[in-house]
Design a protein around this ligand. Structure first.
Ligand SMILES: Cc1ncc(COP(=O)(O)O)c(C=O)c1O
Length: 460
């Protein structure tokens, strides 16, 4: 009975996997406001060229630089663990494995891309990075990575999370970063939102506008912006998760997973775990691959596949993605990292290709699952991760009813040790399920009505 399946450092993957190379149809390009495809050099004020090249690459494998590997070794390869405790508690014949990304210094999968992004910026001579953060996991990951490369770091943290999770801010400060609540009065985008909605809980879309504005507005030209999810290069850097997991499942004697499950906010931990298995599925393997989102922010299951802005005030190009509209401000659920109106274009494309089976789950079922997991496995997970666990429990119960011995692999994207206020609110009965009416979704999509339709573009 092996609980942990470890790889040694020299067994760690040396190249990232790019799903864009294998999707049946080439992914759609990002568009400029005039509807023309964005040229790589137009992104140069925001990102360094090393990342822009990865963003538009259709190369299947991209080598991981030695300097990035050297930092990833601090916590990678991460363990694959068999959830014997949860299996026993559920009495399921399913064999449940999870890839534990909570072991990183910042407590989630986010440092996998933070380290790579800080490295390419340092290489390009950049001195400072700005970013947004929802739950604080990404902001602390980037703060950690910037400290390793001697870069300055400024984080705009969504106001509701800033208030719910004050110790994330302390982590960022400890690593030398500055963290301020968003919307703030320090940017034009922030001031505009505050004038229209003074009591807004904030959103990732607003915080992204502020962080991009600060980066492109630096007169010295030595500041860039870093995004913790959504973009192709972020998905790419995270694939080390699934590539390791594949090797580890083999070591565990499994022929492969029947189901792969992870939560989705912007899509990065899901893509990281799942894309190497999406490749197998494209090549004929029978795998059900399930991204799980909150029912209060259901971009994949109830949004439209459209061109939409990545932020609130139009600082980003138009991206082809499932979206609820860039002006959508999600309810202040504790899974702050899942409060994003859109979805990674590569995850969206894989849904359009029929390769994924997305689900949306209500907040209370997710907390209930997180508590069951903590009691059976010991790990207190982030509220984001609880969405994956709730779906795993549904599937494991189904396996029991059907008497099926299936293999379920899920992503444990982060620990929840700084999210305990969410658990407290759950125990106090203060949380509720938030469902959106069809009219509310129609209204929130109106802001994107004038943009080119991704579906039309795909058929053209
Ligand atoms: C622990 C954890 N899981 C999941 C997410 C969702 O982001 P993504 O979909 O990019 O993995 C976040 C985002 O902050 C997070 O902190």
């Amino acid at each position: 009975m092996t609980t942990n399946i470890f790889l040694s450092e020299h067994e760690m993957p040396r190249a990232w996997y790019n799903l864009a190379a294998d999707l049946p149809h080439a992914p759609l390009p990002p568009l400029a406001p005039d509807g023309s495809p964005v040229r790589p050099e137009q992104l140069a004020a925001i990102f360094p060229m090393g990342l822009i090249e990865q963003e538009v690459s259709s190369q299947r494998w991209i080598d991981i630089p030695e300097e990035v590997l050297a930092l990833l070794y601090r916590w990678r390869p991460s363990p694959l663990q068999r959830a014997y405790g949860l299996e026993r508690a559920l009495g399921t014949p399913a064999r449940i494995y999870f890839k534990n990304e909570s072991v990183s210094p910042a407590g989630s999968h986010k440092p996998n891309t933070a380290v790579a992004q800080a490295y390419y910026n340092k290489l390009a001579g950049i001195k400072k990075l700005t970013t947004e953060t929802g739950a604080g996991q990404w902001g602390s990951a980037l703060a950690f990575a910037c400290a390793q490369f001697g870069l300055e770091c400024k984080v705009f943290m969504v106001r509701s999370s800033y208030e719910q999770k004050p110790y994330r801010k302390s982590m960022m400060r400890t690593w030398g970063a500055t963290c301020i609540p968003s919307p703030s009065s320090t940017t034009r985008a922030g001031r505009e939102v505050l004038a229209r909605m003074p009591d807004t809980p904030g959103s990732l879309a607003i915080a992204i506008s502020e962080a991009v504005e600060e980066a492109v507005g630096d007169p010295s030209g030595s500041t860039r912006y870093a995004l913790g999810s959504v973009l192709n290069h972020v998905m790419l850097h995270q694939t080390i998760i699934g590539l390791e997991a594949k090797k580890q499942l083999e070591l565990a004697g499994e022929r492969g997973p029947d189901q792969v499950i992870a939560c989705v906010g912007g899509g990065s931990n899901f893509a990281g775990l799942a894309f190497p298995f999406v490749k197998d599925k494209i090549e004929g393997a029978e795998i059900e691959i399930i991204p799980v989102e909150p029912s209060s922010c259901p971009s994949l299951t109830r949004g439209s596949f459209i061109y939409d802005l990545g932020d609130m005030s139009g600082m980003t190009p138009l991206l082809p993605m499932h979206s609820l509209g860039h002006e959508f401000v999600p309810a202040s659920i504790h899974a702050g990292g899942l409060r994003y109106h859109g979805m990674a274009p590569l995850v969206s494309a894989a849904v359009e290709e029929g390769l994924l089976s997305p689900r949306a789950l209500p907040q209370l079922e997710c907390f209930e699952a997180a508590v069951a997991f903590a009691r059976s496995e010991g790990i207190i997970v982030a509220p984001e991760t609880s969405h994956a666990i709730a779906q795993v429990i549904r599937e494991a119960k189904r396996a029991k009813e059907e008497g099926k011995e299936k293999v379920i692999l899920f992503g444990l994207s982060g620990h929840g040790l700084l999210d305990l206020s969410g658990y407290e609110s759950y125990f106090a009965g203060q949380l509720e399920n938030i469902e959106l009416s069809p009219e509310a979704i129609e209204r929130s999509l109106a802001c994107a009505a004038a943009y080119p339709k991704a579906r039309d573009f795909a058929l053209a």
